[in-house]
Each structure stands twice: as C-alpha cells, then as structure tokens.
Design a protein around this ligand. Sequence first.
Ligand SMILES: *[C@@H]1O[C@H](CO)[C@@H](O)[C@H](O)[C@H]1NC(C)=O
Ligand SMILES: *[C@@H]1O[C@H](CO)[C@@H](O)[C@H](O)[C@H]1NC(C)=O
Ligand SMILES: *[C@@H]1O[C@H](CO)[C@@H](O)[C@H](O)[C@H]1NC(C)=O
Length: 433
Amino acid sequence: MKLANVFWLPRFSLSVVVIMMSIAFVSLFSHVQSCFPYTCACESPPIRASPPISFSYKTGPGILGKSITDTRMADMENKFVVDVEKLRAEFLQVLRSRRSVEAPLRVESAKPVTDPLYQDATPPTFSEAMESCPKANISNLKDLLQEENLYLITEAGEQGRLPLLIISLKEKSNQTRPAVVFLHSTHKNKEWLRPLLEAFASRGYISIAIDSRYHGERARNKTTYRDALISSWKNGDTMPFLFDTAWDLIKLADYLTTERKDIDHSRIGITGESLGGMHAWFAAAADTRYAVVAPIIGVQGFRWAIENDKWQGRVDSIKPVFEQARIDLGKKEIDREVVEKVWDRIAPGLASKFDSPYTIPAIAPRPLLILNGAEDPRCPLDGLKEPHSRTCKAYEAAKSLDNFKLNAQPGIGHQMTSEMVKEASDWFDKFLK
Ligand SMILES: *[C@@H]1O[C@H](CO)[C@@H](O)[C@H](O)[C@H]1NC(C)=O
Ligand SMILES: *[C@@H]1O[C@H](CO)[C@@H](O)[C@H](O)[C@H]1NC(C)=O
Ligand SMILES: *[C@@H]1O[C@H](CO)[C@@H](O)[C@H](O)[C@H]1NC(C)=O
C-alpha cells in the first residue's frame, strides 16, 4: 500500500491515517478503482492490480475497445497523435462557429481596476488558500513588483475585449522568464487572484490573469453571466460556459508567444480554480503552447454525471439557465434530459466528444496535475475513473507517465485548499523553472 506520496498526509493524525489505510485496504480488494480517493498516479499499485486493462469507449477518438499490449504500443501512439489532432480541429471548428468577425491580434492599454465587480451575492474578502501560496522571502516585495493592465482584442464586439492583469518583478536583465496564466472561478475576476499572482511573481514568474467572459470588466452588473447563459440557451449564438473563454485563451497564447519578449515561449503554464480549472483544461487541450497544466477542482465527467444521476452539483452552480430550460421544455423538474439539452445548446460537445475522457488525454505528454476534492459534488471522483485511465494510457504511449498525476484530497468538497495551491505551485516549479 503506497500512501506515502499523498501530499497532505503528514497533516493528519495517526488515527486518521489508520482509518484512511483501512479504507484503502478494503477498496483494494473491491472492484472500485482503489487509487480513489487518494493519489491516482498511473503507476499506483491499485491500477496495476487488475490487468489486462481493456477499454470499451462508446464514442470519441482514441484507442477504441481493445486491450493494450506492448507490441501494439507504437501503433497506438501514432493513432493517438492523429486522433488528438482531429479532436483539436473539431473543437476549433465549434469555437469558430459562433464567433463574431475575427479580429487581428491587437493590444490596448487599460487602467487598473480598483473596485472589481463580483457577481456573488456576498462578495468574498479573503482566501486563506491563495494567501498561503509559497512566496520568495523578499521584504520590500510590493516595491519590486510591476503591474500591467491591458486589453487584448480576441474578436469583434463588446466581449471581444479580453482584460489582462500581468504582475512580475521589475527586472533589468533581458533574460526571458517562465509565465503562468491564472483563471478565476465563477462570479469572481482577475483582481481576486492578486495574492496568487504576486506570490508567483515573487518567485520569478510572469503572472497573468484574465477576466473570463461575462466576468469582471466584461460584466455590467451582478446578473451579466447569468443573463448570458440564459441568452445562449434561448438563442444558441454564444458559448458563455467554457468555450468562449477557451477561444480567448488561444488568442492569449498568440499574444504571449508573439508579442512578449520577456517570456520564454516554451515555458508557459496554466491553472485555475473551479470554472477556472475547467478553462485551464480546455485551453490546454486546445492549445499545446500551454506547456504545463494544473486544473484545480475543475475536471469532471459531464457525460458520466448525466448517466449516473450525479449532475445536480454542477447544475446548482449555474442553476438559472437550467431553470429557464426546464420551463421552456415544459417540465416539472430539472432532469437529465434538461441537463443534456442545455449542454448541447450552450456548449456543444461538452457532454460527448469534448468531455474529459477525450480532452484530458489530449494534454499528453505535457505535465498535467489534476487537483480535486475527494468529496466534491460538482466534480464527483467516480466520474474521473474513465478520463484518468484513458489519460494514463496516453501518457504511457508517450512514455511520459511521470508527467501525469491526479490528486483527490480526502474529506474536501468543492474547495481549493492551501495544499492544492502548494501542490500546483511545486508542479510549476518542477517543470517550468
Ligand atoms: C527572510 O529574510 C530575512 C532577511 O533577509 C531573514 O531575517 C528571515 O529570517 C528570512 N525568513 C525566512 C522565512 O527565510
Ligand atoms: C535589453 O534589450 C534592449 C532592447 O532589445 C537593449 O537596448 C538593451 O541593451 C538590452 N539590455 C541588456 C542588459 O542586454
Ligand atoms: C444588467 O444589465 C443588463 C444589460 O444592460 C440589463 O438588461 C439587466 O436588467 C441588468 N440587471 C440588473 C440586475 O441590473
């Protein structure tokens, strides 16, 4: 039983350890994939415990319905590469299908936002997890940091202005530096991420945050995001949930790799919390310029949730659009049909060909750390079994197993913890420094 590499373990008392080990021991001999809910590295014993591993996928690209043997490895690798390219092309096609006129890459200067808009009922004031992010020991850090406020034009129209907040150490040398893109959660904004941006900047990174679609500077009032989701359901002309921001992040990668002489273009990481974790996932799946990836409490199985009646947690996070759909479909309650129809309409393919079993393996062989809470109702851990095992296969085929890890923190729901922030931070240091 290998539990030593579970990062939060030392914080637990002995009795908790004993309980955890018993649970792990029991589950090792059940049919449940027993790395859950702990560290699900591909080489962890439980996954090896039931060879031969075979797959039976219903849809999507990849290695279909065959058991894997060493002799087929080379073949599988090729097939995987080809399918990933196809998947990316299809995703890009969907993104383009609801774009206003494409605009040439353009940067405009902006002013710092002193009173950022939160769409939460009660705006938060403090995040212990973000404040705990490792920092360099610099006493006059505030004096040494510099801040840029910019707009990047990603398409025509009001939402085509992508607000950027970039924080870094003032540097005299011309050496390029690694960069990390940080993505905020639902109803928050780029300013909310300041503690993370500053902590990473203190450690030599160029830290970049954006307002995602209909958030922060891209929102007019507290119902902008909600209104956009409902309008997308009614009109099917935008993709406010995940996909429009994925488009922005592709444009952001254009900017970072063509306009920024201070950034090492091969060392750009991406991470985010919750909605931001999903944004990091889709941006990295779509664009290989994101070289190191750490989605936090974002990765989940959309199809799995529909098929296993576990969609409620996710639906609750953007309830009004599902409520509107329920009314429009003449139903008494939100049910799986409502959920399926909403995803199909506002984010086509999200619960099918672009779901995690297909888009997460597309990140291989780049370093990918998935951080979740083991009890998260929005990202149920059981829904990650298929994406996890498929992703292992992809990293195995690319001979990069060490580049993939899934950590699910025991006892934690939909919450980004200090441990997750530390783990993500270490992951970027390991691969970007
Ligand atoms: C931080 O640096 C100061 C001054 O260089 C030193 O006194 C202090 O012990 C350092 N703290 C840590 C945690 O390394
Ligand atoms: C850095 O680059 C600028 C412009 O490219 C140049 O003028 C300057 O001399 C360089 N500084 C160093 C320290 O190389
Ligand atoms: C928010 O702004 C939109 C668009 O201007 C408007 O239709 C809506 O009524 C506003 N909502 C609130 C709560 O002010």
